[in-house]
Design a protein around this ligand. Sequence first.
Ligand SMILES: Cc1cc2nc3c(=O)[nH]c(=O)nc-3n(C[C@H](O)[C@H](O)[C@H](O)COP(=O)(O)OP(=O)(O)OC[C@H]3O[C@@H](n4cnc5c(N)ncnc54)[C@H](O)[C@@H]3O)c2cc1C
Length: 534
Amino acid sequence: MRAVDTDVLIVGAGPSGLMLAGELGLAGRRPLVLEKRPVTSAVERSSGIGGQALAVLRYRGLLDRFKAASPRPELAASFPFGSLHIDLSQLPGNPMRAMPLPQPELVRLLAERAAELGATISYGQEVTGISQDADRVTVDVRGPDGPYQVAARYVVGCDGGRSRVREATGIPFPGTTYPEVNRMGTVAIHDSVTVVDGRDFDVPGVGVIPFGYTHTDRGLLAVSARDPETMIVYTTEDDLAAAEAADSEEPMSLAELAASVRRVLGADLPMGEPIRLTRFAYQARQAARYREGRVLLAGDAAHLFPAGGQGIGVGVLDAVNLGWKLAAVLAGWGPAGLLDTYHRERHPVAARALMQCRAQVALRRGNDAEAAALRELFEELLTDEPALRRIAALIAGTDIRYPMPGATAPHPLAGTFAPDLTVHTDQGTTTVADLMQAARPVLLDLGGCPEARTVAQGWPDRVDVITAKADDRPADLLLIRPDGYIAWAASGSAAASGSAAASGSAAAGGNTGTGTESGLREALCEWFGAPRTA
Ligand SMILES: Cc1cc2nc3c(=O)[nH]c(=O)nc-3n(C[C@H](O)[C@H](O)[C@H](O)COP(=O)(O)OP(=O)(O)OC[C@H]3O[C@@H](n4cnc5c(N)ncnc54)[C@H](O)[C@@H]3O)c2cc1C
């Protein structure tokens, strides 16, 4: 049997696997991606990407390229949340921005980028089995020319909700399949239907169907105008057998959607030419472990959310969190335990996303007066700006703060995403987003702390040291990981006293290290391994 050897094998060329392949490519690795489909799926599951994932794409310099492929301007700042509509248009600094980009187009762009960065993407290759020992993972593959094996140092299962990698590795995937089937269509607005105020739909013989969600005792109907010519029609009906059999890749007919609308509404809704039709079920599940030895999971293989708008973003962020860590371990400088921080950081993030998605299910599924009262109360609470801001940050994933080890009283910025500051260096003016494009660790000295820069000289091959001035200076020193999150920071008196004390002790002929310097040294060792020089 043929055998192939590789450093990293990524199973699945969906958004998560391809983003990971690009991240590894940026770090100089050349992963192999195996995809069971002969070509990329043309099914438009997600129609856009938003929130924190968009910020990460910007920090990789990809936003303009993605915007150029976007069919429409930024999505309206109104998002469904458990059969309510949350209007973020008036929220100052709204964190939940979204770019329309059909999933097949997103996948095409990520595949293009991964290939440019040196990944090999091989289609028509289905992974059928996995075994591992202390040094290697052996993967069975069925390709067009027959079965063969791949030996890899690490395997990442990015193979979706029904992950073969997860199953073969024995990682449990507990959770819930909701006993309902969802059908969604984007269709031309029928000539007989009148759009009222750009929102509601006046249907002959039925009356006005209002924008948004209508609960009936047979299910849920939602209608909205995508643009003056097209509308989105969505239904949910309880049907456990259909939910268990639902496959978003299986085609659905317009007649099936129309029949579902008739059952839920008790009347016909005339619909024009279909543009997109899908049937799907919702599940709330999370893998018990994201790592088992040399096998890791990312994206839908690790979590399934029972609400729209989450899956791609969380998967892309999994990939960005894992990519540099895996590359560091392969390069030999990744400290012991670095790969375990992937589960430690990303598992709680998906658990939190699951929490808010399950809350959405509770809001959406109830058809009785009590559930209606809960929705009314929730809507009322969201007229308060702090509550609206919290929900916006929750759905955008911008409220992530990774726990940073070491410091007893960590800086308020430690563990958060580095703000996109404009900074002035000797070479000119740039931004944090630009500095992060190479996906390398950065020590940003905004406070003029030469001692800190001296400490970082122990990691010349791994950490870029940038001295700059910033109009807005949230800290004097920022140690930023390749994924854009702040590993360590120091401000004001801490950094300054470090500087002054260090200067003083240096002047006295001996530098035993200040709190700032030792904190920085500790953080550098924690994330980027032992220094090259003592
Ligand atoms: C109808 C619908 C609408 C959605 N809308 C949104 C939305 O608006 N926003 C959002 O963020 N998310 C949305 N999602 C979820 C989103 O599509 C997923 O979260 C996303 O596709 C996950 O990406 P992934 O790369 O982790 O997995 P996938 O996209 O599932 O990719 C997995 C890949 O692995 C391949 N594969 C599987 N098994 C094997 C094997 N054994 N060997 C080799 N290859 C294999 C598959 O063919 C596939 O290409 C929606 C999903 C559905 C069903």
